[in-house]
Structure formats: structure tokens, C-alpha cells
Ligand binder design. Sequence first.
Ligand SMILES: O=C(O)CCC(=O)C(=O)O
Ligand SMILES: [Fe+2]
Length: 278
Amino acid sequence: MTEIDDAVIALNRDGYVLLDDMLPRARCSELVDMLEDTHTLMSPYYAANAAAGHRLNFHEDEKIVYNLHNKNLAFLDFIDPEPVFGIVERFLQQGSYKQDDPVVLRQNTGRTPMPGGPAQQLHIDSRLPGGAFPLMAVVTWMLEDFTDENGATRIVPGTQRRAEFPPDDTAVPEEISITGPRGSVLIMDGAVWHGGGANRSVNTRWCVLSTYVRWFLKTAFDFSQNMPADFYAQLTARQKQIMGFTTQPPLDEFTRISARSKEPEPPAPYALPTDGKS
Ligand SMILES: O=C(O)CCC(=O)C(=O)O
Ligand SMILES: [Fe+2]
């Protein structure tokens, strides 16, 4: 049994697996500083949140940096590092033809609950509870220690198999907190019931959240339009595939007929709102 086999067994059984020591501590601190600086720079330009209703759609209690792949070359390292990506890939290839379908990145963000911020409602990220095969994997890179006090992610083990959503505003007794020192990585099935904890500390609890899906599902942002050319040039062939550059829908039947392309199709020109401003 390899490390990957063991992790996939744990994911299938429990809905999550925790890996230690995936990033050096000094690197974690540098990344936290980058996320703070990037949030300060970018958040004044964020679009107003038009989504209705649900508490998870209000963002005053958290800081989020979106689309890390176009902010700093350092974050390209989070696209496909081993063993994390190998585990995610094997997990999400289960049930596909010859267990060989591509796995793509759906979303890559930095997130911290604000000090004093409340716990999130238990929820699933995959939008469909239960299911014969997993659709989504969520990878949480802990850049600061995750503790009970500062809002470690809560999980209800095994609930990825339940064909129902967690109850609103109701405690679930089987819920556990996934604590760990900075540098740890939590991989979850996107269908497991989970939520960020309440941050009762005076500090941040930054993480990088990378979400992966089967290639035919939609991404959270359009990476084919928001990847700067100089960043795209730094990607390996495998990273281009994971970013979806070989699975873009063709314009029409005169351009391409298959859903996948042999060669990656480069992104459209893109500039951040801060580009050219000092
Ligand atoms: O930051 C966390 O602990 C979990 C965040 C989360 O589940 C979400 O924002 O969907
Ligand atoms: Fe979530």
C-alpha cells in the first residue's frame, strides 16, 4: 500500500484525511504575509456580492483572497504538489472510465475567519449530497496553527455518504474539530458536512483552500480568461491541464469537435485592476 492508497481509503471511509508537515513553518509565515498584503491591495476592487440570502454569502467575518494563481508566482506551487495532488487525482478518478479522467482545479483562495468571527453553518461544498462517486475534493493548507480557539475546520466524519444536507443552525453531536500545526494539509471530500469554526482568538487563521473537481464540472472563475500571459508561461504541461487549458469548451464545431484539446489553449489577455497603478 502506498501513501496515496492509504489516503484514498481514509477519504472514502471518513470523508477526510490529514497530512502533517507538508510546508516548512518559515514558508507558511511568508505566505501569510503575502495573503495579508494581497488582501489589502485587492479587496477594495471586489465586486459587490449579489448572491441572495444564505449566511455563507456574507463576507464581513472573513478575509478572502481569490484566484491566487494570478496574484503571485509563489501560489503556482499549490496547483499540483505531491503527494497532495496525487491523492486528490486518484480520489476523483474513482468511477471514471479506466480511472483515468482528468481532474481540474475549481477554485484557489486564501481564507481566514476574522478574530471574533462566528462559526460557519455546517455545509457541503459539492452542492450534491451523497452520490456513488466523489465530485469534488477540498484541500486546506494550514498556514497558521489550526486550534479549537481560532476556528479550526469542523467536520462530521462519514457524512459524505449521507444523501442529505446538514441541518440549518443545529449542532451535530458527531462533529469534530480538525486541529493541526501550520504546514498540515486537510483533504476533504466536497460532500462531507463541514464548516469553519468560530475564531475566539485575537489572531488570523489563514489557509490556502484549493478545490478540485472532475474535468466536466464548472470552475468558480474563468481561468481561461484570468491568467496573465507571464504567469501562464511559468506553468508546466501538467499544471496547464489542471488549470483547464486542455478542457476548454470549443467555440463551435468548426473549431474543434471533442470536449478536450490535445494541446493547451492559451488564455486571453488579462490584467488585474491594480496593474499599472503604483
Ligand atoms: O476555512 C475553513 O475552515 C472552511 C471554509 C469553508 O468551508 C468554506 O468557506 O466553504
Ligand atoms: Fe466549505
